[in-house]
Design a protein around this ligand. Sequence first.
Ligand code: 5GP
Length: 189
Amino acid sequence: MDILKQRILEDGIVLDGNILKVDSFLNHQIDTHLLDDIGEEFYRLFKDEHITKILTVESSGISVACAVGRIFKVPVLFAKKGNVKTLDEATYCEQSYSFTKKESYYMNVSKKYLGPKDTILIIDDFLANGIAIDALLGIIDQSQAKLVGVGIVIEKEFQKGGKKLRQAGVRLESLARIISMENGNIIFS
Ligand code: 5GP
């Protein structure tokens, strides 16, 4: 998606630890026009899949997921993060690890909103090592919902998440794929 890549080149800031900061249009201030374009692009890619719900994780995935859900006219469900494992019968719970915060947490989704009748598209802002998406896949597994695929705004292809998902046969669509950020130079595949 050229308009997205252009914006990453103009506004993206490469931080230590292979972190790309895109606070000016995605992760703090949000460019709603760009977000609409992103939603439309995911719609074009997944429109034939009879999706019933978009699944993401709080907080930075929510805005993108809403842009997608609005066009598909389906609800957006986001996993809530917590520090303790939820043991109650009414919740799907998976452990995960934050790439940016370097800490473990649990993802929780109420069983009320996800079940075997659902056909799910997962949406997130970034894909690095795939730990967050792995936990969402675990939640989908527990719920017996059908997974259609994973839509990512920015994939850092030099980290292992994308390769792992594609090898596992998951349909992964990333709108911008970065192969290198060495010395602050962003290069797309
Ligand atoms: P993963 O679980 O794939 O290792 O990391 C994905 C999650 O970490 C995303 O949901 C995103 O919030 C965060 N993340 C990973 N890499 C980056 C990055 O370079 N920049 C930003 N802003 N967030 C990132």
